[in-house]
Write a protein that binds this ligand. Sequence first.
Ligand code: SF4
Length: 348
Amino acid sequence: MKKPELLGQDEAALAAWLAAQGEPRYRARQVLDWLRKGVLNPAAMTNLPKALRARLAEQFVCDPLVLEARECAADGVRKYRFRLASGARIETVLIPERERSTVCVSSQAGCVYACPFCHTGTLGFRGNLTAAEILAQIAAVQRDLARDPLPAPWRNEITHIVFMGMGEPLANLAHVLAAIRWLTAPWGLGISKRRITVSTVGLVPQLARLGDVGVNLAISLHAARDELRNELVPVNRSYPLARLRAALNAYPLAPKRHITLEYVLLAGINDRKADMEALVRFVRKGRERVNLIPFNPWPGASYAPTPLARAHEIAAWLVAQGVRATVRRPRGQDILAACGQLAAKEAA
Ligand code: SF4
């Protein structure tokens, strides 16, 4: 029989298991305290009796990830490659800033949607991650930061989580929602929903379910004309822009919150005047903002990045049209920080 996963267990379930072992009530709190610190190996839970540590290790899958590689960029970004029990590989990225530190997690090993500009899309699909496999990425980063803290001025405490790594989160919604439950629960990491962002290509049927959760939403838009989006984001053939527009209009937003439209700038492909005019027509001003992302080329990519100066010109033009637009600052460029590149390095 498959063992249950320890990470992501809710407080009541863990308390019931511990009570069945004859353990006092406070043990659940002790175990959860370790998990919250990212300590997943029961052998390291030093305030628990040895026999209980052994039973936890025997009866649960405690750490589902094996760290295979870690790269540190000059600007504080760290990238990790993990191997799952299935043998598939995933990536996680830590993006530190002065005021916040964000972990970008993978939700699937590879991806089925095969967007041609995306390196992950070229790797094929190796399966959905469980909630524990998603959460263990964050735990591993916590342990790494405890062992090897970032120098000043970077913030070492993880404050934000983005589901923007490998895979399409809404295609693995049950496990993503279970992971979000642990991330936000008072007995879990207790992170505000406002500090969690789920990025999707726009799987329309699942968007409504995500809307009930109240996390931030980012849409991988990349084109605002169906003909071009069909090419760059092939799932657009199933959920064209009109359906996406209707789903975004219905997406519940708290006051002062907005939806982010991610737009990777590909030179001569989606950065022309007509593309930007289409984008202005698509955006619902005041409710949505555009994040222009300089394309990070990978070996074999058939696209080139829009020059950064041109990206800033485009952003300024969008702002002049009343669209809130920014250019994402490239980070971790010396360690192949674009999605899929470290996993592909192993596969090569
Ligand atoms: S952009 Fe997202 S949905 Fe498209 S292939 Fe890459 S991971 Fe998959």
